[in-house]
Design a protein around this ligand. Sequence first.
Ligand code: COA
Length: 259
Amino acid sequence: MQFETLLVQPRDSTTLITLNRPDKLNAMSMMLKAELVRALQELDRDSGTRVIVITGAGSKAFTAGADIREFEGRTPMEQWRMYEHGTIYDAVDRLSKPIVAMVNGYCFGGGLELAMACDIRIASSRATLGQTEVNIGIIPGGGGSQRLARLVGLGKAMKLTLTGDRIDADEALRIGLVDEVVPHERLEARTFEIADKIASHSALAVRLAKAAVRASARLPLDQGLRYEQTLFAVAMASADKEEGVRAFLEKRDAKWSDR
Ligand code: COA
């Protein structure tokens, strides 16, 4: 896959997407967003990719958010049309495969919204995060007002969103905004360790499990529990369930067929 603003590198069964505008701290331009949507859609269909990792190029930033230059002169109708065409946040949200945000540095505004749309967030000890839109006179527009509160609770989401403050990785871990913090030099190795672990399981079981857990953020409890039961029943029909159970009983490693 060839892109101007992204690097897409398969590594075994995990594919690494790197936002690649390091001189602009990987600010997400319209072109970058369009390319990211396309890359995500293609990778979700790519049979060789079991897990996706997303990160930023260079030593400073995951991404410093939407490209602020492009806000100048943008009209409400232009903004509306962009939402109609589907956003990067929708594209991440619709992925059937797991996606991990490898937060290697600055992670602000739309960058934080991108990381929050992912399934798991692993941060470098050098990372700084913030829902910073208010600093430039706007509000979160990529799901931040909804996902942040679901991750960290209403009060902490309000505090971050209304102050526009930046917090360090340890604070982000403390409030549940990221799931693990590792020394910067270990970030890639640790993230791929997690990705490889996920990729070692039945891809079908992983997709069903992901769908069930993601539903918990959207559905009332009774409906969520019913949905989980439905997916559990689907898993009972899979070849991988037969293989996984047999492998356990025969004390050997399972050979997944992802069916
Ligand atoms: N959009 C467009 N360009 C951006 C950008 C963004 N979100 N964030 C950084 N850049 C550009 C800068 O304009 C600068 O470009 P230039 O060299 O052509 O002037 C380059 O990236 C480097 O940024 P700079 O500000 O010089 O780096 P810094 O290390 O001093 O500061 C930040 C880093 C992240 C603190 C600062 O750039 C910043 O506050 N960015 C905006 C973050 C933000 O609020 N994002 C949410 C947008 S809704």
